[in-house]
Design a protein around this ligand. Structure first.
Ligand SMILES: O=C(O)c1ccccc1N[C@@H]1O[C@H](COP(=O)(O)O)[C@@H](O)[C@H]1O
Length: 242
């Protein structure tokens, strides 16, 4: 098992643009231009992963499927793809981009039988995004409650889910620091790797998340802090190198 925290710079796409949101709320977008340029820049800076999100698909306001596929296919690095992957057709399209894995959110809350089926079929290619406010999961662009975090986690564990991407919505896009307590609590109840998401603002935040690697935190998504130039990706990779 790797003892070095993986970093996943994020490219979230809305209306054809790379954007960052605050608390994942529609209408709070700050635009950062071409998603392809952003993704290539993270790759050039040494990223081994890209976290690529189709926000329109997540919100149900259309999709950026062709653009997302173009970005995923242009990458030489591993891609985690999410947003709007909720049935056989959207899953097949996502996997056809050559991405390393997909991250399912709403489907895990609304169609658990389908998610159990695709976990059984695709194993490590399926991660589940546990997007929480407090301990309540949120789906459909984080606009609807979707049940209790720990009950859902126990169910997914029993179904063989390979990995969780845990986002504290209250922290996401705020540069307020990650919710380390939430990450510790999730790691305490599952032996599956956890990818942290939400709130990273500094290299010290990344060092603090790195300290949770022995507990089961495998990686961290980094979004706003990179776009706001709080630090560079090169500095981030150096900070977590062990
Ligand atoms: O990443 C965001 O900022 C975000 C904001 C609002 C909704 C979703 C968001 N991102 C990711 O989208 C998927 C969930 O999509 P779906 O529910 O499966 O359609 C998940 O990875 C979220 O973290």
């Amino acid at each position: 098992m790797s003892r070095t925290l993986e970093l996943l710079p994020a490219v979230d796409v809305r209306d054809g643009q790379a954007v960052r949101l605050v608390h994942g709320e529609s209408g709070t977008e700050t635009s950062y231009g071409s998603p392809l340029e952003a993704a290539l820049a993270w790759q050039r800076s040494g990223a081994e992963w890209l976290h690529l999100v189709d926000l329109d698909a997540a919100f149900g306001t259309g999709d950026n499927r062709a653009l997302i596929a173009e970005v995923a296919r242009a990458m030489d690095i591993k891609v985690e793809l999410s947003g709007g992957i909720r049935d056989d057709e959207t899953l097949a399209a996502a996997l056809a981009t050559g991405c390393t894995r997909v991250n399912l959110g709403t489907a895990a809350l609304e169609t658990p039988e389908w998610v159990a089926k695709v976990i059984a079929e695709h194993g490590d290619q399926i991660a589940v995004g546990l997007d929480v406010r407090g301990t309540t999961l949120r789906g459909r662009g984080w606009t609807r409650d979707g049940g209790d975090l720990y009950e859902t986690l126990a169910r997914l564990d029993s179904e063989g889910c390979a990995r969780y991407v845990v986002t504290d919505i209250a922290k996401d896009g705020t540069l307020q620091g990650p919710n380390l307590e939430l990450l510790r609590n999730v790691c305490a109840v599952t032996d599956r790797p956890v990818v942290a998401s939400g709130g990273v603002s500094s290299l010290d935040d990344l060092r603090a998340i790195s300290e949770l690697v022995p507990l089961g935190v495998e990686g961290s998504i980094v979004g706003k802090a990179l776009y706001a130039k709080a630090f560079t990706l090169e500095e981030a990779l150096a900070a977590v190198a062990s």
